[in-house]
Design a protein around this ligand. Structure first.
Ligand code: SAH
Length: 240
């Protein structure tokens, strides 16, 4: 069965509650088995799930923009879904969101691509457009927010200014790269992110560990709630 929606998670523990909630089963990936990404599939619906996999050298989950780009390219090339549904944790702005709250993303900046050369500034910072409509937000039962992607868990003072300037509520390590990669094939990217920590408060790493279970439980509930509407929208798109 052709996949209409591929859910993409960076970390295995982000994926586990979703795999459980949807009843997904492990599946042989369509790509070179030496690549780290792993795959699950729904037994009867056109839904699959991919995780970035584990690092060969250290064994940890492959978070960050490089593995996200690789996974997105493989998904687009070998699974050809209508939509990639990004599902994961995120840092949040303490004044604009709450721990465990899930958001649908409307656009994704890159906050650590500072390139003050003519023309390159706009390329560096984005934002990448995302598919985040009010209809989808209500189907998932969440609000809409703007995200920014970089490769660090902590936040530099200049990055905090960037977030204020661009009204950024969420911060992660994958979304903008996934959107950029998928745009080459016209694959729609929908992103749901659940807040594990406040990026404007100290020690996001401690907050992340303490709040992770709550955040990914809420994330899986939102995915399960909105997926039928997302499949409907892909189905009518595919038939059109
Ligand atoms: N595995 C580490 C931390 C994971 S990094 C640990 O166990 O401590 C966090 C993951 O969640 C990334 O994939 C990123 O997309 C997202 N994330 C959560 N909080 C974040 C923050 N404050 N800044 C950037 N990314 C964050």
């Amino acid at each position: 069965m052709r996949t209409l929606v591929t859910i993409l998670c960076a970390m295995r523990p982000e994926a586990d509650p979703i795999i459980g909630a949807l009843g997904l089963e492990p599946h042989e990936p369509a790509w070179d088995p030496h690549l780290p990404m792993r795959c699950w599939r729904h037994p009867s619906q056109p839904v699959s799930l991919v995780i970035n996999g584990a690092d060969r050298r250290t064994g940890v989950d492959l978070i960050g923009t490089t593995p996200a780009t690789l996974a997105t390219h493989a998904i687009v090339q070998h699974m050809r879904p209508a939509t990639i549904l990004v599902a994961g944790a995120a840092g949040g702005h303490s004044g604009r969101t709450a721990i465990g709250r899930v958001h649908l993303v409307d656009r994704a900046f890159h906050h650590d691509r500072r390139i003050p050369l003519p023309g390159f500034e706009a390329y560096g910072m984005g934002p990448e457009p995302m598919h985040g409509t009010p209809d989808l937000a209500s189907a998932f039962g969440v609000g809409i927010a703007t995200i920014s992607t970089g490769n660090s868990l902590d936040t530099l003072p200049g990055e905090m200014d960037f977030f204020e300037r661009h009204g950024v509520t969420l911060k992660d390590m994958e979304t903008a790269s996934i959107a950029w990669t998928a745009a080459h094939s016209g694959t729609k990217v929908v992103a749901l992110r659940s807040v594990t920590d406040f990026f404007d408060q100290p020690t996001p790493e401690h907050q992340f560990l303490a709040n992770f279970d709550t955040a990914v439980t809420n994330l899986a509930a939102s995915v399960a709630r909105g997926l039928p509407a997302l499949l409907d929208s892909c189905g009518s798109h595919a038939r059109a």
